[in-house]
Structures are given as C-alpha cells and as structure tokens.
Ligand binder design. Structure first.
Ligand SMILES: Nc1nc2c(c(=O)[nH]1)N[C@H]1C(S)=C(S)[C@@H](COP(=O)(O)O)O[C@H]1N2
Ligand SMILES: [Mo]
Length: 162
C-alpha cells in the first residue's frame, strides 16, 4: 500500500490537501434551517404548516456591525419592502430557497425569497436580490401604496388606517 506523505490514518484525510488555517468539513457549514410555519395574506387567506428551507437572518447578519434599525429588501423586478431590524432577528425571518422539499419555484419567489411569517405575506419579498440596513425607515412598494407600515396580522394591521 502506498500513502501520500501527508496521509493521516487517525485524522482520516490527506493533510497535504489542506491549506494553512483550513479545516475539512463534510457538511456545508452555513447552517440551513427547516422552518414549518403558518402564512397570513392580507387578502384574508391563511395557509397552515408550510415547509421551507433556508438561512436565518440571524445567521446572515451575525457579522454585520450596524447602528441601523431598519431593513429594506430589494427584489429583481424592483419590488421593495421595509421591516424593523427587530422583526427579522431572533428566529423570525429567513432567506428561503426550498418549499415543501423542492427548489422554490419562480412563481413563489425562486431562486430565493424572504420569509417573515409573523407579518402579512407582502413582507415576504420574492426574488430577493439584496437586503439594505438603513438608519431611517423607508416605506416599500405596498407600504407606500397605503398598506400598513408594519403589517402584523394579529393586530390586523392591513392599511395605514388600522
Ligand atoms: N418581489 C415581490 N415579492 C412579493 C410580491 C411582489 O409582487 N413582488 N408580492 C407580495 C405579496 S402581496 C404576496 S401576498 C406574496 C405572495 O406570495 P406567493 O406568490 O408565494 O403566494 O408575495 C409577496 N412578495
Ligand atoms: Mo398580497
């Protein structure tokens, strides 16, 4: 049997393949999460137990140092929506890319959409291409058109009059 010089039986891999400061992994280390949640649309339907897979905004923003209090989601096609930062942290929001075990279809926002299930579904921006952290709140597409700035379905925050 011939082994390459760096082979380590104990560590189970060829150490000569590893650049300095690296460690080998079998998983992709970005922690994906499976989320099962209810959705509430302002047009009055609710859908229970929807299943998604993605990365939480806690993870995505973990290394962001910011004094900003607001997040603006920007989408392909120009759609935007605004959220307080406190509504997207602590396990409340994800960038998801799978629905019901399959890659998210374009119709429902694929390749990736924001999922913020505790707010009305217009906040769950489809075809998301970026998140901006902002010190000032900026109403997004529907918010500027008269929908409620926050959109909590449990407080029935449908329009700016609510
Ligand atoms: N980019 C983008 N995201 C969007 C919208 C949109 O028009 N464009 N509509 C919102 C609204 S009003 C709703 S109700 C949901 C619909 O999501 P669905 O098509 O997966 O049911 O997406 C939200 N996200
Ligand atoms: Mo909607």
């Amino acid at each position: 049997m011939s082994l390459s010089p760096g082979f380590s039986g104990r560590r189970g891999f060829d150490t000569s393949r590893l650049p300095p400061g690296q460690y080998p992994t079998h998983d992709f280390p970005v922690p994906q999460q499976d989320v099962t949640t209810d959705l509430h649309c302002v047009t009055r339907w609710s859908k229970f137990d929807t299943r998604w897979r993605g990365v939480s905004l806690d993870t995505l923003l973990a290394d962001a140092e910011t004094a900003a209090d607001f997040v603006i989601a920007h989408c392909h096609g120009g759609y935007t929506t605004n959220l307080p930062l406190e509504d997207v942290l602590d396990g409340q929001a994800w960038i998801v890319h799978e629905y019901d075990g399959f890659p998210l279809s374009p119709e429902h926002g694929g390749p990736a959409r924001l999922l913020v299930p505790h707010l009305y579904l217009w906040k769950s921006a489809k075809w998301v291409r970026g998140l901006t952290l902002s010190p000032v709140d900026e109403p997004g597409f529907w918010e500027a058109a008269g929908y409620h700035n926050h959109g909590d379905p449990w407080r029935e925050q449908r329009t700016w009059q609510d």
